[in-house]
Design a protein around this ligand. Structure first.
Ligand code: TEU
Ligand code: CA
Length: 536
């Protein structure tokens, strides 16, 4: 079979998101760090991933745990220093692992020197680096814009008689991307890390960078709370963004094989697709899977929408079941501690056409932790408790082994470890051939071995929409059939004449016992079984 070389590592590869605070603590302060990640690179090689994306590691006062940056050009001492970073990059590269940084360029921390300057007076040169509006005589906020984290997006500074704008916490003032100096400074940040050898960036909420120049009120919409009760016409997705993305892309393209993936804020598949092209971003997240119920028709619908939306620009899909902002899939889809549904999901994630993202701990089925109100650290959780308990639940320490702190740290970790770590951990799952971990490993290995899994066309099969999802991945000379049984009961997938002309070979099943799979014109699946078959 002839393979083309036009496909990049980020298209073929599997990307693993690390939340550095929670991955591995090397110095016993209860917080994960770069040297901790370094000691786990071989684990990642064993799992088989091609790249790691690190949530922010820059100095931060941690109001939003790193998403409030107070210096873009260095490493927070709790994570290490630039030497540790350089070492991590070179050790990762020597193992064939790419490194992607999270860039938070929409806002800084309020402790960033730029903002401190900006606050000092209206005519300070840095004042215009942020978004200000004079207070009206009646002291009402400049318009109706809301912060996604609650309340008005405008914070009043009495000393200046002005409001500044923040989409997130008030400790995260949005920068003024219309100011050419801001633009230059931010583009220099990108160059700085490219020069240090990073392979790409995840751009935090990139489609929030520009707000409408006239600050009109957003029109009303149906919704439960303030932020959702308006249509976000003017505070996100402004046209000025496109030339900026093009400029960022040009910078990145001066270095070979770099990757830009944008976090599209409040976005549909169609919208995210508009930002993906050879002149804009390589990819933008589509988060639909994070909201899919346990229903094959819904998953298929979401896949087809994404494939269709990306077609116009020949864009490349990506799929995500978990990240640091969302309850873990293992908790969303499973009540107890069984992993059979998670194997179905893993098969889906790793056999679709597109880049799979795995969030640390997903490969061992880590569940959400539950916290008492007094234990909540995420300010959104504090603010909206008990309606929304915040994002700490999906950020608990990685479960390496069954020891007191799960092998993550010697000291009390910054967030509690899940009590199930005693038996749900990497060490135990590595030793168990039927574990979820070994299933992820096998799937990732298959992606490496079978080109149709990486680059084959995606072709859905007619199916029983309440319980089955089945599709082909097709390359000339290699056809794969993936069948997922979402039901706990055995099911048959009818194949039809076309598909039974040549024999199928079973390459992977999520179930221990192999059984007579293919009948005359059907495939029989056990409850919650996921299979991959090959025809060549
Ligand atoms: O997230 C943007 C975003 O969509 C979230 O704010 C989401 O709405 C929220 O988590 C739901 O509770 C990015 C980062 O992923 C997030 O961790 C940061 O807090 C946020 O930007 C601000 O930088
Ligand atoms: Ca540490």
């Amino acid at each position: 079979m002839k393979e083309t070389d036009t496909i990049s590592w980020w298209q073929e590869g599997v990307i693993y998101q690390i939340y550095p605070r929670s991955f591995m603590d090397s110095n016993g302060d209860g917080i994960g760090d770069l040297n901790g990640i370094l000691t786990k690179l071989d684990y990642l090689v064993d799992l088989g991933v091609d790249a790691i994306w690190l949530s922010p590691i820059y100095p931060s006062p941690d109001v939003d745990f790193g998403y409030d940056v107070s210096d873009y050009l260095s490493i927070d001492p709790k994570f290490g220093n630039l030497q540790d970073f350089d070492q991590l990059i070179s050790e990762a590269h020597s193992r064939g692992i790419h490194v992607i940084l999270d860039l938070v360029l929409n806002h800084t921390s309020d402790r960033h020197p730029w903002f401190k300057e900006a606050l000092s007076s209206r005519d300070n040169p840095y004042h215009d680096w942020y978004i200000w509006k004079d207070a009206s005589p009646d002291h009402r906020p400049p318009n109706n814009w809301q912060s996604i984290f609650g309340g008005s997006a405008w914070e009043y500074v009495p000393k200046l008689g002005q409001y500044y704008y923040h989409m997130f916490y008030k400790e995260q003032p949005d920068v003024n991307w219309r100011n050419p100096q801001v633009r230059r400074a931010m583009l220099d940040v990108i160059r700085f890390w490219l020069e240090r050898g990073v392979d790409g960036f995840r751009l935090d909420v990139f489609n929030v960078y520009f707000k409408h120049a006239d600050f009109p009120d957003n029109p009303p919409a149906l919704g439960l709370r303030g932020f959702d009760r308006q249509k976000h016409m003017y505070d996100i997705n402004q046209p000025e963004l496109l030339p900026l993305l093009a400029e960022i892309r040009q910078i990145v393209d001066q270095y070979p094989q770099r990757y830009l993936v944008g976090e599209t804020f409040l976005s549909t598949a169609e919208h995210a697709a508009k930002y993906c092209s050879t002149k804009l971003l390589h990819a933008a997240f589509n988060f639909e899977f994070l909201h899919c119920p346990w229903n094959p028709a819904r998953f298929l619908n979401s896949i087809q929408r994404w494939e269709t939306a990306l077609q116009r620009e020949n864009g490349w899909p990506n799929y995500v079941l978990n990240n640091h902002d969302t309850p873990r899939s293992a908790t969303r889809y499973v009540k107890g501690e069984k992993d059979e549904r998670l194997k179905v999901l893993a098969t889906l994630l790793l056999t679709l056409r597109g880049t799979p993202f795995i969030y640390y701990g997903e490969e061992i089925g880590m569940r959400n932790i539950s916290l008492k109100r007094s234990e909540i650290l995420d300010p959104v959780g504090k603010r909206f408790w008990p309606f929304f308990k915040g994002r700490d639940i999906c950020r608990s320490p990685m479960q390496w082994d069954g020891s007191l702190y799960a092998g993550f740290s010697e000291k009390t970790p910054w967030l509690p470890v899940h009590p199930n770590h005693v038996w749900r951990n990497v060490e135990a799952q590595r030793a168990d051939p039927d574990s979820l971990f070994n299933f992820y490993r096998a799937l990732i290995r298959l992606r490496r071995e079978l080109p149709a899994l990486r680059r084959g066309l995606f072709q859905p099969l007619t199916f029983d929409p309440v319980s089955l999802l089945a599709y082909l991945r097709v390359l000339p000379g290699q056809t794969l059939l993936i069948a997922l049984n979402f039901s706990r009961k055995p099911r048959r997938l009818m194949l039809g004449r076309e598909l039974t002309k040549k024999p199928w070979k079973l390459v992977l099943t999520s179930h221990k016992q192999q059984h007579p799979l293919v009948g005359k014109d059907y495939l029989s699946l056990q409850g919650y079984e996921a299979v991959i078959l090959l025809q060549d």
